[in-house]
Design a protein around this ligand. Structure first.
Ligand code: C5P
Length: 240
């Protein structure tokens, strides 16, 4: 019973493979010893290695979350989504700041073959960072507005900070997949994450998946760090 719960918790932990090349990626995946449920291929390794990074992760049996935060005119984003479909990734991020038409075309191009996740607002931004880029309002309010827009445009998932997950869940309902980066186990360095929370708090507030990078990558034992997070997820999960 406990093993089953641990397995369900492990599936909810996504490792951010934020490394510069395939060798470093293989090393981190070796060191994590299968203790995570999915792997996020992001801008650093994808810019360096392209589809080979996706293949390397898939060949180890992990689903791939391709985090490119696409933000361009609708036709260009739709083309990129079709390319990502061809790579066989499970989830792909687009930026909700791209607007209604871009989101709708991304969803249409995915054609149900992959989850389109709308990124609401980067978890590295705080209230003070918004006015200089012309965004007026509090992060929580902007996130809720953009989350509702993305859900209306057909995005089946959203990325938001753990501090906003409760409000987003209330705005979009139970069916939309919520993915939260900005996760820091108690006492860990926050680095550039300004709207962070612990794994347990994010799950208790309604997150479906947690994305964790540096707290696992930079740990003396990435496997032990991942196991600790899975334990915390398990304790916070509602009893089925
Ligand atoms: O190292 P850390 O745990 O902070 O990594 C978080 C990961 O989540 C990074 O790969 C980052 O690109 C990603 N991310 C984020 N905020 C978003 C979307 C994605 O931090 N809004």
């Amino acid at each position: 019973m406990k093993d089953e719960a641990r397995e369900r918790a492990r599936k909810r932990l996504i490792l951010a493979l934020d490394v510069p090349d395939l060798a470093a990626g293989a090393d981190l995946l070796d060191r994590v010893e299968g203790q995570v449920g999915m792997v996020k291929v992001g801008l650093e390794i994808f810019t360096a290695c392209g589809p080979a990074a996706v293949e390397a992760v898939k060949s180890r049996g992990y689903g791939v979350f391709l985090d490119l935060k696409l933000h361009d005119i609708p036709a260009t984003v739709a083309g990129a989504v079709r390319s990502a479909r061809g790579l066989g990734v499970s989830m792909l991020t687009v930026h909700t700041g791209g607007g209604e038409a871009m989101l709708a075309e991304a969803v249409a191009a995915a054609d149900g073959a992959l989850v389109i996740l709308g990124v609401t607002l980067l978890t590295s931004l705080s209230s003070a960072d918004l006015p200089p880029v012309g965004i007026i309002g509090e992060p929580a309010e902007i996130v809720r507005l953009r989350a509702s827009l993305a859900a209306r445009m057909g995005c089946s998932g959203l990325v938001c900070s753990p501090q906003e997950v409760r409000g987003v869940r209330a705005a979009v309902g139970p069916k939309v997949t919520l993915v939260t980066p900005g996760i820091r186990p108690a006492g860990a360095e926050t680095g550039d994450q300004k709207r962070a929370a612990t794994p347990g708090a994010a799950i208790a507030d309604g997150a479906d998946y947690l994305v964790v990078g540096r707290p696992i990558r930079d740990a003396a034992s990435p496997a032990a760090a991942a196991r600790g997070i899975v334990e915390e997820i398990m304790r916070a999960m509602p009893v089925p």
